[in-house]
Design a protein. Structure first.
Length: 98
């Protein structure tokens, strides 16, 4: 904020927000793929008791990974909206000055 601006270029926030939303969706998709693969292995193949314990341990993280994906998506949405609000506010100020 040395130059008095909250954001150097608020137009950057919108594509960065969109990018973060996409990354959140991609992360969720990859997480789903991992868990579907693990479930498929367990359902279709004999798994030793030790391997079942590993699956149970892996399953403990699923909700946290899904929450992280949602947080990434939410962050992207907020970033994009913030960029648009800053642009709108700047435009409103300029319109008032004219």
């Amino acid at each position: 904020m040395a130059d008095g601006k909250f954001v150097g270029d608020p137009n950057v926030l919108i594509p960065k927000g969109n990018e973060m939303e996409s990354l959140g969706a991609e992360f969720l998709k990859e997480t789903d793929t991992v868990y579907k693969t693990v479930d498929n292995i367990v359902q279709n193949q004999y798994i030793s008791p030790e391997a079942m314990e590993i699956k149970k341990e892996i399953d403990k993280y699923k909700a946290d990974l899904e929450k992280m994906s949602q947080t990434m998506t939410n962050y992207g949405q907020v970033t994009g909206k913030a960029g648009q609000k800053i642009i709108n506010n700047q435009n409103n100020i300029i319109d008032e000055i004219k």
